[in-house]
Each structure stands twice: as structure tokens, then as C-alpha cells.
Design a protein around this ligand. Sequence first.
Ligand code: ATP
Length: 307
Amino acid sequence: MTEPAATVTVRVPAKVNVQLAVGGPRPDGFHDLANVFLAVGLYDSVSATPAPAPRLTVSGPDAALVPLDESNLAVRAARLLADRHGREPDVHLHIAKDIPVAGGMAGGSADAAGALLACDRLWGTRTPHEELLALCAELGSDVPFSLTGGAALGRGRGELLTPLETGGEFHWVFAVADGGLSTPDVYRECDRLRQAEGRGADAVPEPEPDPALLTALRAGDAAALAASLRNDLQPAAVSLRPSLAETLDAGLAAGALAGLVSGSGPTCAFLVQDAASAARAAQALLASGTCRTARPAVGPAAGATLV
Ligand code: ATP
């Protein structure tokens, strides 16, 4: 018999939504989505070590913004897996946090997927992949994609995934804002703005993926992808945080092919031609004073991976 490892570490990527088409509010409060996810190379690492009682620690520049109590998605993930296997969640989880917190890049979801995989390996519970995906969906709409990574279309509230082919790498710069935006607040603002424009729930079409965007992804064609980027939550995020309009302008002035708010924001994502353009755009964005940091990253990135 092999001894279980003393510590298991899993690396998990952030995501950007290259298309986020949002339907009207459903009776359960969620919205139907056509959500095209792309995993990008900004990572959190989640380590799981045996411990006499559950414990969570977080490191990284934004560690103070991460809740350490039972509301932490990584803690909830460990508990859910332990319950499923009828055991105690006696584990020390450590999150090395590099994904912006409340930034619209699914950082909490990444930690949940990382904790599930790390604990499953540490405890030797050998949960089948399909069951891990179902546990992910219980934890949150974006968690299944954090596990799988790459590129995928998410239907339903984003949790029903179909993997998508990508024909190459796409270069991005992420302009990270000071402070976060609450995802539920942004959806509420989206509904409010639509009502105010006379587009109530019945007037919002079924969200559908854009064929031109899927073709651009498949071809690895950055210019074509830039022309079809779309985020229905962007007007709501800009309404709640008007300074994002300046960040978006600064990214275009810095030579980006296109820019959009990442998910519910406030991080802004800029698609650029290549690595050199990414480095130049990141510098120009920082110099513009319209963001806290600017981070180049490449997608697609692999999903949750044991390291
Ligand atoms: P999404 O893109 O999935 O909407 P997000 O990237 O905007 O999410 P997160 O970083 O996941 O936002 O954090 C949203 C909130 O979730 C935080 O403000 C925090 O209170 C809570 N949270 C719970 N667990 C975590 C975690 N492990 N890391 C960060 N935030 C967490």
C-alpha cells in the first residue's frame, strides 16, 4: 500500500468570459446564460494537509480580503466532499491567492475546485470525474469550469458545460481594479437597467452562443475573437462603477484589439495580438492610473491540476 502524501497541492486557473449572454431572471433567481469561458494563466494554488481539525490559511497580496470562516468556498468544498464520503473534513487548507478577489475572474470558484481535487487525492476517496463535476455544480455556477479549464460553453446558469476547441493561444491583459463588485448586485443592476429600458424578463431573448465567436476560438484568430467579444453584464458593471469606462478606454488607447469587463467585473480584460503587445499594453494601462495592477496572461489554460 502507498502512503498518502503529506501535502497535496492543486493549481487552478482564473477565467474570462469571452461571451456572457444573459437571459431574463428565472423563478429561482438565477439567469439562463450562454457563457463562453476561457481559462487564463493566472493561478491560485490550494494545498491540503492532514490536520486534527479543519483549518484555513490564505497568503498573497489580497489575502486579507478572503473570508476565513465557513463561507469560504474552499472550506465548503472540503466539507461537501467529506459529507459525501461519510468522513470528517479534518484538513488544513492553504490558499496561495493570486487571482483578484471579487474581480469577476472566478477566484473563489477556482479555490473550491482546487480544494475538491486536493482533498479527494489526500483522502484517497477517488471520486469519479462526473461526480466531482456534480459536486462542483452544487458549490457554484462557475466551479465546474474551474475544474475542467480550457474553453467551454456553459448553459443553464453556466454549470452545464460543453468543451470547446481552440486553435491557438490568445494573449490578454487584465486590468485589476481597487475593490471588488458583488456578482448578485451586478445581476440585479442588469435586470434594473433592462426594466428601465422597457426590456422586462419577457422581452429578453433566449441567450445563444454566437457562431462567429465559436469559429474565432476554433481558428485561434485573435482579431476575429476581438470583433465578437460580448458581455451583457458590462453595462451593469459600468453603471455601478462608472470609472470602468475610463479603464476600457485606456486599454484601447494602449493598443488592445478589444476590451470588455470580465464576468461581473470590475476586472477589465483586453485581448491583444501577442506577448510583446501584452507587455506594452500592461505598462500603458498601469501608467494611465485607471487600474491597480495590469497582468498579462495567456489562455486557454489547463483546469485544476495536481502539482
Ligand atoms: P465570479 O467571477 O465567479 O462571479 P468573482 O471572481 O467576482 O466571482 P470571487 O473572488 O470568487 O469573486 O469572490 C466573491 C466573494 O466570495 C468574495 O467577496 C468573498 O467574500 C467570497 N469568497 C468565498 N470564498 C472565497 C475564496 N476562496 N476566495 C475569494 N473569495 C471568496
